[in-house]
Ligand binder design. Structure first.
Ligand SMILES: [Mg+2]
Length: 239
């Protein structure tokens, strides 16, 4: 583990990192949206929404181009011949996001970790691969008392690309105001988070998650608990 460089910021992934990892049935979530969009045809619409989301994530994996939830709804509506109705779409997205809400709760130690890092004079930031809107993410962070503890928050639904594309990491580094070599990135995905951040010259901490796809990359540190990140950062900061 290299400790020669100065650490100025600790940057985090969101799902499975600041929150506990949840394996969720995606079709169940889309059924909620489908029951708003087409109550009489909700099975077919839910399947189309799931297909549209798979298409989005497949494209994301291949090209690293980002997407929004609204785009998923538009794609699915076109596929099943539903008219595009913005008001109805907004209601469907709201119900769909409500369904996800229980999986968005921060880990109990997240606040304490962010406090401890800021008490050391470090800046903090968040970079999430998501098609969900910023407003929703920020309200969940505020609910859990994390919003004001993260100096910058970047959501790929506001960008053209997703992690591990370097532009996604650059957007966060610029927002936080640090160089890659001054930052530590903490995440639970080996490809998106660890490989992506390491490629830019950031130091990396992997929150072990055996349910994400494997990738041949070696993080600077591996932790099982988010709370252990503080100790890891202290070690990286040690002269
Ligand atoms: Mg994650």
């Amino acid at each position: 583990m290299s400790s020669a460089r100065i650490v100025r910021a600790v940057l985090f992934d969101w799902g499975g990192t600041l929150t506990t990892f949840h394996s969720v049935d995606m079709l169940d979530a889309w059924r909620v949206a489908a029951s708003v969009l087409a109550p009489d045809d909700s099975d077919r619409v839910a399947a189309a929404l799931l297909d549209a989301e798979h298409e989005v994530w497949a494209r994301t994996t291949g090209s690293l181009r980002s997407a929004t939830t609204a785009e998923v709804l538009r794609t699915a509506s076109a596929a099943v011949g539903l008219p595009v109705d913005e008001v109805l779409h907004d209601r469907a997205v709201a119900s769909y996001l409500d369904h996800w809400a229980p999986t968005t709760v921060a880990r109990p130690e997240a606040r304490e970790v962010l406090h401890a890092l800021r008490a050391r004079g470090l800046r903090t930031g968040l970079l999430s691969n998501t098609h969900w809107p910023r407003t929703q993410h920020e309200s969940w962070l505020a609910r859990d008392g994390l919003l004001d503890l993260l100096d910058a928050r970047v959501y790929t639904s506001d960008l053209d690309v997703v992690k591990p594309h370097e532009d996604a990491f650059r957007a966060l580094l610029d927002a936080v105001g640090v160089e890659a070599s001054e930052a530590v990135f903490v995440g639970d995905r080996l490809w998106d988070d660890v490989y992506g951040a390491a490629r830019l010259g950031m130091r990396t901490v992997w929150i072990r998650n055996d349910e994400v796809p494997p990738y041949d990359v070696t993080p600077d540190a591996v932790v099982d608990d988010l709370a252990d990140v503080v100790e890891v950062v202290d070690a990286l900061c040690a002269p």
